[in-house]
Design a protein around this ligand. Structure first.
Ligand SMILES: Nc1ncnc2c1ncn2[C@@H]1O[C@H](COP(=O)(O)OP(=O)(O)OP(=O)(O)O)[C@@H](O)[C@H]1O
Ligand SMILES: O=P(O)(O)OC[C@H]1O[C@H](OP(=O)(O)OP(=O)(O)O)[C@H](O)[C@@H]1O
Ligand SMILES: [Mg+2]
Length: 280
């Protein structure tokens, strides 16, 4: 049976389980369950702390795991990213009281509070900066107000937590993160392939829509240039002489603009429909 680690709490947990459900896997019914077996799909899900997941996977105890790219780097575990999952996107950044530093180059001699001390230590070493790193478990933004540090290094999504703490980001982002699927480097277990294809299917279903329209045959090439599809669009004759029906997948974000452009070309009956699931 394939053994997969899923975050048991925090920002990754709900979205990870929702994605797995969408991919047709059984998920735990209540938050206290530590393990769930999905016998139909021959998969066993282990609910673990997101920070520990790369460690379990690198130790070979579990085949795959969902974690954050930043957590993988922080763990130092020997695991590799197989697939970016597109949720829990964030940047990892330094922040200070406005005016107290312009960037990492000013941090010499300062104290930096963070829950990601390995990422910060590495970044400081690479930048040749001598600063002290203090580990805090969470709510690190408050460390400056309470005098534990002059700088924080933390996950930033909307920036609300920093604003509420009266801090501003300085310097370039240290890294960009999102939820990822990890495995032991170089392993390509055939039992894991259907799982990977299902998750890829969920990602594609969420980011593409199906577009159908009718257009005059003489406009077909221009219309196909707007909707090339993933391989090529399906073109079928219409009962009306000189007209064709076209069907292609298009990126959901661009759908409205493409519909306007097709309309301007003379296409009509332009429809988009959601894709519920797919295998490419
Ligand atoms: N506000 C956020 N937006 C997007 N991703 C986030 C956010 N906060 C944390 N993350 C991501 O979640 C992962 C950290 O998960 P973890 O459960 O350890 O911490 P958490 O979400 O802060 O939860 P908790 O504070 O309950 O420990 C990291 O990959 C991090 O980038
Ligand atoms: O930029 P924002 O949208 O405000 O999101 C970023 C905040 O979210 C997370 O905190 P969380 O709520 O998990 O609390 P924590 O600091 O205790 O981990 C993270 O650690 C930041 O503090
Ligand atoms: Mg947190």
């Amino acid at each position: 049976m394939l053994r997969i680690a899923v975050p048991n709490k925090g920002s990754l947990s709900e979205r990870a389980s929702a994605m797995l459900k969408e991919a047709g896997y059984r998920q735990r019914k209540e938050a206290k369950e530590l393990v769930t077996v999905d016998p139909g799909n021959q998969v066993e899900f282990f609910y673990l702390r997101p920070r520990d997941i790369a460690v379990y996977v690198s130790a070979g105890r579990l085949d795959l795991g969902i974690t954050g790219r930043d957590l993988l780097l922080e763990s130092g575990a020997n695991a590799e990213e197989v697939l970016a999952l597109g949720f829990a996107r964030s940047t990892f950044r330094y922040a200070v009281k406005p005016g107290s530093a312009r960037g990492a180059a000013d941090f010499d001699g300062m104290t930096i509070a963070t829950s990601y001390e390995n990422i910060v230590a590495k970044h400081l070493a690479n930048s040749g900066i001598q600063a002290t790193v203090v580990h805090l478990d969470g709510a690190v933004e408050t460390a400056v107000e309470l005098g534990v540090a002059q700088v924080v290094a933390d996950v930033v999504e909307t920036g609300t937590s920093l604003r509420n703490a009266g801090l501003e980001v300085v310097g370039e982002p240290i890294m960009e993160s999102e939820a990822i699927l990890v495995r032991r480097p170089g392993t390509d277990d055939p039992r894991a392939r259907p799982f990977l294809r299902r998750l890829q299917g969920v990602l594609v279903a969420g980011s593409y829509v199906m577009m159908d329209y009718d257009c005059r045959a003489e406009h077909l090439e221009a219309a196909v240039a707007l909707t090339p599809g993933l391989e090529a669009p399906t073109v079928s004759p219409l009962h009306n002489e000189g007209w064709v029906a076209v069907r292609a997948m298009v990126p959901a974000k661009e759908a409205q603009q493409i519909m306007d452009d097709l309309y301007a070309l003379g296409a009509r009956a332009i429809l988009t429909t959601a894709i519920h699931a797919c295998r490419l």
